[in-house]
Ligand binder design. Sequence first.
Ligand SMILES: C[S@@+](CC[C@H](N)C(=O)[O-])C[C@H]1O[C@@H](n2cnc3c(N)ncnc32)[C@H](O)[C@@H]1O
Length: 236
Amino acid sequence: MGDYTNMSDYYDVIMTSGYYDYPQIVDQLLKGQTGQRVLEIGCGTGLILEELAKRQSQAVISGIDLTEAMLKIAQERLKSYNNVSLSQQNVCYLNLPQQHDLAFSYGGVWYFVIDGDKEPFMVSHIPDHQANCQGLERVAQYIASGGTLLLGIQGPHHDYAKPISNGMVYSQKIEPHADGFTKHYFLNDGEQRLMAQTIQYRTYSFEQAMDMMGAYGIAYAPQENRGNLFLGFKKA
Ligand SMILES: C[S@@+](CC[C@H](N)C(=O)[O-])C[C@H]1O[C@@H](n2cnc3c(N)ncnc32)[C@H](O)[C@@H]1O
């Protein structure tokens, strides 16, 4: 489930070649209240947390990620920020010393896809339904009452291949299926394949996602949306 080991060595160069815009993600994240205690779910190599820690030296920032190789890069990147703590964890068994005022995930465990006027749907890196419920329950447990959950918004996925900043070619292939889709990620240097990774994604309609979150006291709160990059939710 959601293991990024194969991609970890190439993740930063792929993502910073235009896949995500990290300064903009943090601009939007900071458009509303964040509170003191902030958690990123699926922090990967720490690209968002670095940008956040630079701008929010007073915040108490935590990041968790399933993939050890991704987290190692994050640990190196963030070692000079003593207000950031990282831990390797599967969100389904989340275990943290404190609750948070804000928890967020961008491209991490859960996100929403918005495709034009169609209703947003939720994408999960966790293929199993019970595990999704368990993960959402654990997240809810670590958001303080009245706290906020922000889940990233992405455009629809499609097949493509394009050169990245170092001249290598990143490509992806999507195979839809009944409960979601399979996404294949590749990186090639000329004819040589450097990286191949496959992730099984589960998808949920907006209504299904709201029911799942609602069971743990989390409700959609459009006033908490942050620009076009995050949907906002409140914990009762
Ligand atoms: C596309 S990366 C996003 C990383 C980071 N948020 C960023 O914007 O660069 C998705 C991350 O989610 C993590 N992930 C997937 N399933 C997870 C789970 N069940 N628990 C914790 N992390 C998970 C993966 O290990 C990966 O690092």
